[in-house]
Design a protein around this ligand. Structure first.
Ligand code: ADP
Length: 431
């Protein structure tokens, strides 16, 4: 089954075309500055790495998707003979509140419900709805699924999601912790269980999605027990530009002292804080690390704050779960920054966490990087949210269930992945 995965941001569109018979990516791309002057598209066909880069006239998501469909079927850059080869579309939808705890097929009733949820993440949810409506017009007969960043976290118990503020705000407006990056946390948790040859339902895991945005998730027996992002993705860890947890009174203090309104403060806490805000250098860890190495004190403080926050969550979540079997690092920093992994795991041997510094420096795709006798295994695993969205989409379209309900058994490493793909290819020939 060939699946188009769309991730609509407020002014951007990321996409991947996947052939799910053997789970390979066929093409990927990014449209940026939609609706503004100089909308740009970057498209890559995977098998020969042929790239198309250009400015395009696209006033909205619909025109951007039209352009993507043209590229996907173009002679020079395409991977499809005809649009009819697209058998399903999977949409990333950021926040479903408490409405969906699993991915869903989008019918009119679901679309109506999704429209009522725009307020939960106005920019992202609004953009996703535009994308869904555009696909409905452009490919009316192709089934579509919505995959939610919040869904995986819906298993949290009330003590993990209720805020200590008057309960009526939860009842009236759904003000509670939802958690985000759920698709990524779920993917790397499943992958880690496979790599450890363990059943996910027997494991206590801490998944650390450390990218520009960052969150940590405590997963017990395959279900989320706690997570660091909150009502919005602003909570939890210090991030590239987001502040994470701060004393809420700082907001009122800044309002008064600087004469700022809530929009200004929203902008400061989301876009000008985090390691950018502390260092004044950059939101990119590579720049901040370079500056720190050259003696920039604020850059060093920024990194120290970052590390301390991650350690605080790791320690807290180990206490909540009464232990942990494995810690999994993923996303830009988690996958690529061996130095940061080393700092985070430094001096945690009392918790049974012992990183093998040599293995940590290896640059394979995914690896177990703890010492042989470390009680807690440490891994890094590249995340793949698009594949997860495509898997859920295929599951829903073919079997009426997403992969949350498919039992994931441990496989004997990558060899088994190959065998499974071969079996899937064979089954496909029987269809
Ligand atoms: P997002 O999807 O949230 O935009 P990513 O997961 O792609 O973010 O992570 C991007 C961030 O990862 C960059 O801003 C950068 O700080 C960090 N990053 C990527 N590669 C490296 C690296 N080799 N070393 C350190 N940091 C890295």
């Amino acid at each position: 089954m060939k699946v188009l995965v769309l991730n609509c941001g407020s002014s951007s569109l990321k996409y991947q075309m996947l052939d799910m018979a053997d789970e390979v990516m066929m093409a990927r791309g990014l449209v940026e500055r939609i609706g503004a002057a100089g909308t740009a598209i970057k498209h890559r066909r995977i098998h020969d790495n042929k790239t198309y880069e250009s400015e395009i006239p696209a006033k909205d998501h619909k025109e951007s998707i039209e352009m993507v469909l043209k590229l996907l079927t173009s002679e020079d850059y395409g991977v499809l003979e005809d649009l009819s080869e697209i058998e399903a579309v999977g949409h990333r939808f950021v926040s479903a509140g408490e409405h969906y705890s699993n991915s869903v097929i989008i019918d009119q009733k679901v679309l109506d419900t999704l429209e009522t949820l725009t307020y939960l993440a106005p920019l992202h949810n609004g953009a996703a709805i535009s994308g869904i409506k555009a696909c409905k017009e452009l490919m009316p007969d192709v089934p579509m699924a919505a995959v939610f960043d919040t869904a995986f976290h819906q298993t949290m118990p009330p003590e993990s999601y209720i805020y200590p503020i008057p309960y009526e705000y939860y009842e009236k407006y759904g003000v509670r912790r939802y958690g985000f990056h759920g698709t990524s946390h779920k993917y790397v948790a499943q992958r880690a269980a496979q790599m450890l040859k363990r059943d996910i339902s027997d494991l206590k895991l801490l998944t650390c999605h450390l990218g520009n945005g960052a969150s940590i998730c405590a997963i017990r027996n395959g279900k989320v027990y706690a997570t660091s992002m909150g009502f919005t993705p602003l909570a939890g860890l210090a991030m590239g530009t987001r502040c994470g947890d701060i004393d809420p009174s700082i907001v009122f203090f800044l309002e008064q002292q600087e004469g700022l309104n809530s929009e200004d403060i929203d902008e400061i806490l989301n876009k000008k804080s985090g390691i950018l805000g502390i260092s004044g250098v950059s939101s990119d860890f590579r720049d901040v690390e370079k500056a720190a190495a050259e003696g920039n004190e604020r850059a060093q403080i920024a990194l120290n704050v970052y590390v301390q926050r991650v350690k605080t969550y790791i320690g807290g979540y180990i206490a909540l779960m009464n232990g942990v079997d494995a810690i999994v690092f993923t996303a830009g920093v988690g996958e690529n920054d061996a130095g940061m992994r080393s700092l985070i795991c430094h001096n945690l041997y009392n918790l049974g966490i012992m990183l093998d510094e040599e293995k940590n420096k290896t640059h394979t795709k995914a690896a177990v990087i703890s010492e042989e006798d470390s009680r807690v295994r440490v891994l890094y695993v590249p995340t793949n949210e698009e594949l997860m969205i495509a898997r859920d989409t295929v599951g829903l379209v073919l079997h009426g269930t997403d992969n949350a309900k498919i039992e994931w058994k441990p496989l004997a490493g990558d060899m088994m992945d190959e065998v499974l793909r071969a079996v899937k290819r064979y089954l496909k020939t029987l269809e």
